[in-house]
Design a protein. Structure first.
Ligand code: ATP
Ligand code: MG
Length: 371
């Protein structure tokens, strides 16, 4: 390969990178987008070294990063801090930029040589919100350029289409169901006809279910991530989650209807379109069945054929961004992949074997300075 090709899905809950190895396989790394300030005592310093936790020193302070922040939160009983909120950099968090830079560097590292490229996901701007995506994207662009990459932003919903609708010539609807936002994209032959975001997603479900039943939001989230079936909730918490999930799915269908009703955007389609969903919030069993049923009930402005979940939904956006990067001007790379194996890494066959990320991404451990 003559230059590096990487991608990043930068989300409120997870930052996920993807890259192509010399044998044309996609390799992923994932880290929680979180940090926690910790107090260094002798015992703590030993503990950090023994546990190989990821941490960084910023000024006088020490921070556990990513998954290590959650581990430390479990031990200390504190809540983690998040660099992002509602899909973009958290305006109330002064350390957001610096922490995100550390997390991104831990995943993609410095570019090796000339011509390295990194495509990264950005959300669409939610309705009636000030233009925060511009700042968010500008900061990520600078972080990647400082690391030596040519940085290119990809709409998150379009990345889902790259990942899941290759066999439909990148035509249809991609929905990324994340933590802070739901991103919707309508595309015809990879051309975006419309992209918008809805500012209700996984966090909204956790907060509302938690308030309804008087349980802490992080406990509710653990139940949600622990194998929830929306069609057969087993207890009070699961029942509350299922109720808010259904409400969210109905809301998403209504938002799309309102936006595309009477809109010229849908007149480009003669036949039915496919819908593909990705992201952590689309994972519970029953999600696609409820979405199908709500679409049937609604007077949806487009005829819908199949509604499906992307392969490896949590990794689909990073994979889609990578497909965008590979498709963009690397004919040498594509030839090399084609020579390697006949299933070339072209966008039309976007899914080479996936290697699951290691449970704990490796970052260079940093030494603790004790004053
Ligand atoms: N197995 C699961 N079942 C249900 N929800 C899950 C599961 N795993 C993760 N989630 C939820 O999915 C959300 C995270 O998904 P994802 O990583 O796609 O979001 P993100 O990209 O970080 O956020 P955003 O795109 O909104 O900025 C969180 O709300 C998390 O609780
Ligand atoms: Mg996301």
């Amino acid at each position: 390969m003559d230059h590096e090709i990487k991608s990043l899905d930068i989300g409120t809950m997870h930052v996920i990178s993807a890259s192509v190895s010399a044998d044309c396989r996609i390799r992923f790394k994932k880290i929680r987008n979180a940090f926690l300030k910790i107090h260094v005592e002798q015992s703590m310093s030993q503990f950090l070294k023994q546990e190989e936790l990821q941490y960084a020193e910023i000024g006088e302070d020490l921070y556990a990063l990513g998954d290590s922040a959650f581990k430390m939160a479990g031990i200390t009983g504190k809540d983690v801090s998040r660099p992002m909120q509602d899909g973009v950099l958290n305006p109330k968090e002064p350390r957001a930029e610096i922490i995100l830079k550390l997390l991104i560097e831990a995943l993609v590292g410095k570019a090796q040589g000339e011509g390295a490229i990194c495509y990264y996901s950005i959300p669409a701007e939610p309705f009636q919100r000030e233009k925060r995506v511009i700042y968010h994207s500008g900061i990520i662009h600078t972080i990647l350029e400082d690391l030596g990459y040519k940085a290119v932003a990809v709409n998150e919903g379009l990345a889902v289409i790259y990942s899941g609708l290759a066999d439909r010539h990148f035509t249809g609807i991609g929905i990324s169901c994340g933590c802070g936002l739901i991103n919707v994209c309508l595309s015809r032959k990879a051309q975006v006809l419309d992209a918008f975001a809805i500012d209700r997603a996984g966090d909204w479900i956790d907060d509302n279910a938690s308030k309804a039943i008087g349980e802490p939001a992080h406990k509710v989230m653990l139940v949600k991530e622990g194998g929830l079936n929306l069609l057969s909730p087993q207890d009070r918490t699961e029942n509350a989650l299922a109720i808010y999930y259904k409400d969210l799915i109905q809301y998403v269908v209504e938002c799309i209807k309102d936006r595309w009703h009477d809109s010229g955007r849908v007149s480009h389609f003669d036949g039915p379109v496919n819908i593909v969903c990705a992201g952590g919030t689309a994972l519970p069993a029953g999600f696609i069945a409820i979405l199908r049923s709500e679409l049937k009930k609604a007077r949806f402005p487009l005829r819908v054929d199949q509604v499906s979940l992307a392969k490896d939904p949590l990794y689909a956006i990073a994979r889609g961004c990578l497909i965008g990067a590979v498709n963009d001007g690397s004919s040498h790379f594509i030839r090399q992949c084609a020579a390697h194996r006949r299933t070339a890494c072209r966008p039309k066959k976007p899914s080479p074997a996936v290697k699951k990320p290691r449970s704990r991404p490796k970052a260079r451990p940093r030494r603790i300075k004790r004053s």
